[in-house]
Design a protein around this ligand. Structure first.
Ligand code: NAD
Length: 269
């Protein structure tokens, strides 16, 4: 793999998609650092991967924590090739009308702080090292970056905002750094919601089932986090990706090509 010995920083590597990305980039021969808020997940990562991963405990909403993670990559491995902004929270479909105004107010601040500010601060902290290495940034989006109903207004707006961030950063950092996004569909993970909405201990599969996820997807299966890692590997690779920047990949099992009569037009095949 041409990712061998590349150094990759992944936020939210403690579970779900982030954990699958940690495992996949290690498998590709990369050296991995992750910034993760949960102490319990940090120690689990260290047990599972040993020396292969450097797990930094910290919060993506804090610039100093992002800086510590980048500094750790540079001191341990001497370079940084890719920053993957991935840590995020959901809103369990909290709707405009059903959510009290004060919860919308505080929930917005908490959710946007993680999903949008966290990406911005990670980009700020990693940009100098990525300019040095002519590396790349990749941000985790969601089907909610394109379509309504994959969350409430807080989550959907945050993922749309991340698309704007990707485009602006791709512009500002060209020609040195490629900046792209990957938008997964629903998957079983530990994705939680804001404390402001009382959702800090509620994970996504308490609101969804694998059957419900499979039913709405034209490819008719319920993806696991590992199923989304391929596009990240491709985007991070200098060999496979010299030309994509400012691009967002819909990694959502065909969500956009739903038909009118059936979700999947080839169900009889
Ligand atoms: P997850 O909760 O399993 O993983 C997210 C990780 O980020 C957790 O380990 C969590 O502890 C960590 N984290 C949360 N807030 C943090 C903070 N402030 N600082 C540092 N770490 C923090 O959930 P996941 O589903 O793997 O989510 C990863 C990304 O995938 C998110 O951006 C999410 O929006 C996106 N996504 C998820 C789904 C889904 O159905 N699960 C669908 C589309 C997009």
């Amino acid at each position: 793999s041409d990712l061998k010995d590349d150094v990759v920083l992944i936020t939210g590597g403690g579970s779900g998609l982030g954990l699958a990305l940690v495992a996949r980039f290690i498998e590709e021969g990369a050296r991995v650092v992750t910034l993760e808020r949960s102490e319990e997940k940090v120690s689990r990562l260290q047990q599972q991967f040993g020396e292969q991963v450097v797990a930094v405990q910290g919060d993506v909403t804090c610039f100093a924590d992002n800086q510590s993670a980048v500094a750790m990559a540079l001191s341990r491995f001497g370079r940084l090739d890719c920053f993957i902004g991935n840590a995020g929270i959901w809103d369990h479909n909290a709707s405009l009308l059903a959510t009290p105004a004060e919860q919308l107010e505080s929930g917005f601040n908490e959710l946007f702080a993680v999903n949008v500010k966290g990406y911005l601060l990670g980009a700020k902290a990693s940009a100098p090292a990525l300019i040095d290495s002519c590396g790349s940034m990749i941000f985790t989006l969601s089907n909610a970056a394109w379509y309504p109903g994959g969350g409430g207004p807080l989550y959907t707006a945050s993922k749309h905002a991340d698309v704007g961030l990707i485009r602006q950063l791709a512009y500002e950092l060209a020609p040195k750094v490629r900046v792209n996004g990957v938008g997964p569909c629903g998957m079983a993970s530990d994705l939680r919601g804001p404390q402001a909405l009382g959702q800090q201990d509620t994970s996504i599969m308490q609101s969804l089932t694998p059957e419900k996820i499979a039913a709405i997807l034209p490819l008719q299966f319920s993806p696991v986090p590992e199923d989304f890692t391929g596009p990240y590997v491709m985007l991070a690779s200098r060999r496979n990706n010299r030309t994509l920047s400012g691009v967002t990949i819909n990694a959502d099992a065909g969500l956009a090509i739903r038909g009118i009569r059936h979700v999947a037009g080839g169900l009889q095949l």
